[in-house]
Write a protein that binds this ligand. Sequence first.
Ligand code: F6R
Ligand code: MG
Ligand code: MG
Length: 369
Amino acid sequence: MKITVSVIKADVGGLAGHSRVHPDLKATAGIILDNAKNSGKLIDYHVTAVGDDLNLIMTHKEGENSSYVHGLAWEAFVKATEVAKKYKLYGAGQDLLKDSFSGNLKGMGPGVAEMEIEERKSEPIAVFMMDKTEPGAFNLPIYKMFADPFNTPGLIIDPNMHDGFQFEVWDVIAHKKVFLKTPGEIYDLLALIGSKGRYIVKRVYPSESNKNMPHEPVAVISTDKLHEIAGKYVGKDDPVGIVRGQSGLPAMGEILEAFSYPHLVSGWMRGSHNGPLMPVSVEDAVPSRFDGPPRVIGLGFQLSEGKLIGPADLLGERAFDRTRDLALKITDYMRRNGPFEPHRLPEEEMEYTTLPQVQKKLQQRMVDL
Ligand code: F6R
Ligand code: MG
Ligand code: MG
């Protein structure tokens, strides 16, 4: 049976600044999705939040880019925005950039990750959601899961993984994409995705030469670039991703292992700083210090005829305590650098801040060396 998993997110207002989502916003979105489930259009749904982002996890048979499912998410965000406005929550409706919905969420503000798949005999999936960072924050963990045998010994041990995977990489500046095969093209892949503000892993597929696995996506990441859409900076594009696991794919433990190191991502305070990505429980998905540090949550589900059995809170578990400790040590270290690079982002990434104005103001006073 073909099932589509859609994860759609938006920041439609924060409780006490950009820190978290008010429970009434989740409840309001839940009512919209519940009606759709009762009418049979959605198979199942789960509403959650990371930081100030409201996340809708939905399963259905409408395929990717369905105007019905995108319209439903839009309606849920609009209704949640009404509550946010009534409560005067911070940045109410921030990610709804257009006044009305016209068939697809592309360019409208919300982030979308979705995949249509043939549900396997047993289909474990993990949904990862991040706040105070950007889509490229997924590059390193996705690479580790699907291409690094030091993270995923299954690449060596499991005959169904031994052929490797195919990465679909998007150049979000030039609006192009390229498919790269691992392990053969690992060096080319890393040359690109190390520039995580520009080259983003969009999807991963099993290798085409692998006849034991269907050529379907096994991972997908949202890549919607908020600042390109809006024409001005309105916050980082906090990303979501879906990863399938087990039986010829990375085991759930190999998927989670990729988050055991709090790598540096850009975002954090004012979307202008590098900081560690800290894996947390849903309960702890509430940025605090310096509007961060950037956080990631993971929810595990088993699909059962499209039903979302779960969730399992995957990253709150105590095996990630030391990752969190390290993230907090890195937080102390990075913060001591104040407004200096590489804590503050490089000049090119500061173009939506006051930096260009400062440069312009001082232009007249700049004399030749
Ligand atoms: C980062 C973020 C926050 C805000 C910061 C300033 O993505 O959303 O760090 O940039 O709190 O917010 P404003 O400008 O709304 O006061
Ligand atoms: Mg916000
Ligand atoms: Mg956010």
